[in-house]
Design a binder for this molecule. Structure first.
Ligand code: HEM
Length: 478
């Protein structure tokens, strides 16, 4: 009986998705094609993010400039509300018509095809150090405070190339090995249960604020060795930092706000390091990094503090998005929700499909390390390149019916955790948290539905996630 019901729900859902695919296909032909001349001229003061080099370099050759004009027909603007809400029609168009797209708005190239994205993440031809050019640029603009913030970000492992990257990565990697993380499973399950206990009996919740944010934040605080009582403060700092790192255009004063948060976090972790040194603690990641610093001189004091901040930041923003995006996907597709409730063993597969479909770390920035030509476009050394992981994960050349969310899809090829030397250190931890969270959410949370008609997506290009996800208890049918 239950199976027949699930089959009916699935059939309705497939029909809904087919209808949506037709609408999207029609929409894909419009919207982005604007008359040439509406976007800023090359050389205009396009604003660029912290992980960037200047949008228009004074040294740009005439040939290079002409190429940009030629391709301005497709005026991709990732900050338009409709694209923030649903970026996939734009990706489809870019992949098909302009896979190496110059964006005046972003001041960089946009890669959307799976193979190109993978190659950019893996290859030697692109550098991960986008913080140094940003700091240099801000220093040249007489913005010493923001330049300082850029230099601090430059110590994060993720913004380093070998050989420094190799050293820093090895130091952090140990703490996130599958063996270490599997040892945390019990504590993760307890945290999930405690958070769900607090939701018992409530008719309205915000899945982000009440669950998806605190869970990974508590877990990462534990791994790092910082007290849970500081989590609210972390949340404020971290969301301010996200506007800087993620280049949230709609947030006024994002450099200063994000910079202030980074300075506050630095001061906080300097205090933690001093305290743990004094106590001679040994259990947490901070302690290992202190030992690596004090015993082997493997990293300097600034790198120690900077990478604690990175772990705190990377360890929860993305996992929060995995949980909230995943729940939104299931709520939009009752058939798949019912199938998962009926067969919790599918959770691991479902998590992989959530990661593919609404990729939480949506794009990363690279800097071209050499002149190169890709699909006929000349990318110059120093150019900024937006590597669109979220678009790659919807490439039909790699995924059959990519716009179809299917928890039964054979997992394995998405690149939501990146690829190559910077492959996510926390991938196993995120997967374990996701599995434990969804198994418990679907078992313990009563039937809920969306409380609002629209989803409130954050406006950064780097992270794809929801500001909040208000849900109400679904009334029982009369
Ligand atoms: C769903 C959750 C997560 C997603 C989607 C995700 C995604 C990614 C991606 C795409 C990268 C590559 C960045 C690049 O190539 O520039 C990355 C790197 C990284 N992630 Fe995650 N991440 C997640 C969770 C975590 C967690 C829980 C941690 C906790 C420690 C973490 C720590 C890191 C670190 C330290 C790096 C830098 C690795 C390096 O540069 O070698 N991530 N992540």
């Amino acid at each position: 009986m239950a199976k027949a019901f699930i089959d009916i729900l699935k059939a309705v859902e497939v029909e809904q998705q087919q209808r949506q695919a037709i609408v999207l296909a029609l929409r894909g032909d419009q919207g982005l094609l604007e008359p040439v001349g509406t976007s800023p001229m090359p050389g205009s003061k396009a604003d660029f993010g912290p992980l960037a080099v200047p949008a228009v370099r004074a040294t740009m050759s005439a040939v290079h400039r002409n190429q940009r004009y030629r391709y301005r027909a497709m005026d991709y603007d990732p900050y338009r509300p409709e694209i923030i809400a649903d970026p996939y029609p734009a990706y489809r168009q870019l992949r098909a018509e302009d896979p190496v797209h110059w964006s005046d708005k972003l001041g960089g190239w946009v890669l959307t095809r799976y193979d190109d994205v993978k190659e950019a993440l893996h290859g030697q031809r692109f550098s991960a150090d986008r913080a140094t050019p940003f700091a240099d640029h801000m220093a040249a603009k007489d913005e010493p405070e923001i330049a300082r913030v850029g230099r601090m970000l430059g110590r994060w492992v993720v913004f380093n190339d070998p050989p420094r990257h190799t050293v820093l990565r090895r130091l952090l990697f140990e703490a996130f090995s599958p063996k270490m993380i599997d040892g945390l499973r019990g504590q993760i399950a307890e945290t999930v249960d405690a958070l769900l206990d607090d939701l018992t009996g409530r008719d309205r919740i915000d899945l982000v604020g009440d669950f998806a944010f605190p869970l990974p934040a508590i877990v990462i605080a534990h791994v790092l060795g910082v007290p849970e009582r500081d989590l609210d403060q972390f949340r404020a700092w971290s969301s301010d930092l996200a506007t800087l790192v993620g280049n949230a255009r709609a947030t006024p004063d994002r450099y200063r706000r994000g910079g202030r948060a980074l300075l506050a976090l630095t001061e906080y972790f300097e205090g933690v390091v001093a305290e743990r040194r004094r106590q001679g603690s040994e259990a947490a990641l901070v302690d290992r990094l202190i030992a690596a610093r004090d015993t082997d001189d493997a990293l300097n004091e600034d790198e120690l503090v900077a990478n604690c901040i990175l772990i705190l930041f990377a360890g929860h923003e993305t996992t929060t998005n995995l949980i909230a995006n995943g729940m939104a996907l299931l709520l939009q597709r009752p058939g798949q929700m019912a199938a998962l409730r009926a067969e919790p063993a599918l959770t691991a597969k479902a998590i992989e499909e959530m990661l593919r479909f609404e990729t939480p770390a949506h794009s990363v920035v690279r800097i071209a390390a050499e002149d190169q030509t890709l699909h006929g476009k000349d990318i110059r050394r120093g150019d900024r390149v937006f590597v669109m992981i979220g678009a790659a994960n919807h490439d039909p050349a790699m995924f059959e019916q990519p716009e179809h969310f299917d928890i039964m899809r054979k997992p394995g090829r998405h690149i939501a955790f990146g690829y190559g030397p910077h492959f996510c250190i926390g991938a196993h931890l995120a997967r374990v948290e996701g599995r434990v969270a969804f198994e418990a959410l679907l078992r313990r949370l009563p039937e809920m539905s969306f409380a609002e008609e629209t989803l409130d997506w954050i406006d950064t290009l780097v992270l794809r996630g929801l500001r909040s996800l208000p849900l109400v208890r679904t009334p029982l049918a009369a």
